[in-house]
Design a protein around this ligand. Structure first.
Ligand code: AMP
Ligand code: ZN
Length: 136
C-alpha cells in the first residue's frame, strides 16, 4: 500500500519519533505549523475517524494525552491545538488517521478558526434538530 505513514510505521522511511507503543506512534510533522508540531498515528492503516474501532480510538487518545503532556513540558508551552482532519475538503492530505498536536505560543499569529458565519433567524434551532435526529 502506498501510504506514507504506513511506510514510517514499517521503518521504510525515517521519521523523528517521539513516542511509540504497540498500537500507536507519534513523530514530528515534517512541515510544522509551529516547532514541535507532532502527529499521533495508529499503527493500523485506518483512513479516518469513521473507520476506527473504539478500542483503537481509546488507545490513540490516551497516547495523545501522554504525548501532549510531554510536548507541553519539554517546550514550556501554555497551550496547544489538538486537531484531526477528515476528508480532502477538510484539509486531510494523508489518508491515514492522525491527530495533530500543535504547540501554541503567545503572539504566534495563528488563527486556526475564523468565525465569520451567522445563523439566520430560526436556522440554528433547525440545524440542531436535524443533527439531533441523525445521531445514532
Ligand atoms: P493532514 O493534512 O491532516 O492529512 O496532515 C498530514 C500531515 O502530515 C501534514 O501536516 C504533513 O506535513 C505531514 N507529513 C506528510 N509527510 C510526512 C512525513 N514523511 N513525515 C512527517 N510528516 C509528514
Ligand atoms: Zn497507512
Amino acid at each position: 500500500m502506498d501510504c506514507i505513514f504506513c511506510k514510517i510505521i514499517n521503518g521504510e522511511i525515517p521519521a523523528d519519533k517521539v513516542f511509540e507503543n504497540d498500537k500507536v506512534i507519534a513523530f514530528l510533522d515534517l512541515r510544522p505549523v509551529n516547532l514541535g508540531h507532532t502527529l499521533v498515528v495508529p499503527k493500523k492503516h485506518i483512513e479516518n475517524l469513521f473507520e476506527v474501532d473504539e478500542e483503537t480510538l481509546k488507545e490513540i487518545i490516551i497516547s495523545a494525552q501522554k504525548v501532549a503532556k510531554g510536548i507541553v513540558g519539554a517546550l514550556d508551552l501554555k497551550g496547544f491545538n489538538f486537531a484531526q482532519n477528515n476528508g480532502a475538503v477538510a484539509g486531510q492530505i494523508v489518508p491515514h488517521l492522525h491527530w495533530h498536536i500543535i504547540p501554541r505560543r503567545e503572539d504566534d499569529g495563528l488563527h486556526p478558526w475564523t468565525r465569520t458565519e451567522q445563523y439566520a433567524e430560526g436556522e440554528k434551532e433547525k440545524i440542531a434538530e436535524k443533527i439531533r435526529g441523525a445521531i445514532l
